[in-house]
Design a protein around this ligand. Sequence first.
Ligand code: SF4
Ligand code: SF4
Ligand code: FES
Length: 290
Amino acid sequence: MPDSSTVVRQIRFHITRYNPELDRVPYVKTYAIPVREGMTVLEGLHYIKDNMDSSLAWRYSCRMGVCGSCGMLLNGHPTLACNTQILHIADRELTVGPLPNFNIIRDLVPDLTPMFDKHRSVKPFVIRADETEVNEPAGEFYQSPEELEAYLQFTYCIKCGCCMAACPTLATDVRYLGPMPLAAAQRYNVDSRDDGRRARNQVTGAAQGAFRCHYAGECSRACPKGVDPAKAIQHLKRRLVLDYLRLARRKKPCQKLHGPGEGKPLPNIPAAPGKTVPGDSFPNLPERSP
Ligand code: SF4
Ligand code: SF4
Ligand code: FES
């Protein structure tokens, strides 16, 4: 329980509740809780569960924006509950709901199974053509900092589903692959060690693949990790067209090293490139009253 001397104000949490065994449709229940400076939405939910309503259900694990479990809809924006301070987004009222575009398992717990099925369908791993090397590895593959930078930002994805919840195309067509799986496909397609792009094209270039994206950019705005799935999808589209027209340049084979010290020493790994879609997760918040 927050120390009463540090409590800044009471905030009313309007939380979507739904137990499929008891409720015909989801409904909203309100809890007023004491909030102190720095308290996260995740801590607010814990306060409610510990002191007011032990039946409230949500998913979380790491509490530090790493595991991707606690994605939910806060004041209409999909984001991480553990990474969001209550007083940064709420003055007196805060709405908390499950991520849209997913079925609800219970309360704030979305069923992410379709997202993970789609993710698996794009073969999110390095595929090598040289099977001998796969079965009997004889060296390591050298990557230059530039080659690393081509896919680095997409590796920051924690599979939280916030981009999928923000996507208007997915809202109207559940079969659309969606931003997370498509960004994962791009991550491996541009990896200099990978030979699997044409296999992935079968999925990413299909009717429910990259060309369903309207480039609204909501996915990139929603991403709490600074990944830019919208950019990944536009690059995917370009490459799909070039592959279809047989105009794509052949990838330079990755240099293989056979022992330590054979490659050039690597300078510092570069920072992830900036987003193509600017903006933060909560662009239109009202001013907080003093
Ligand atoms: S791209 Fe961002 S929003 Fe989408 S699943 Fe990955 S981390 Fe979450
Ligand atoms: S850019 Fe594409 S994937 Fe991202 S939200 Fe818009 S339609 Fe969805
Ligand atoms: S609890 Fe792990 S990302 Fe929020």
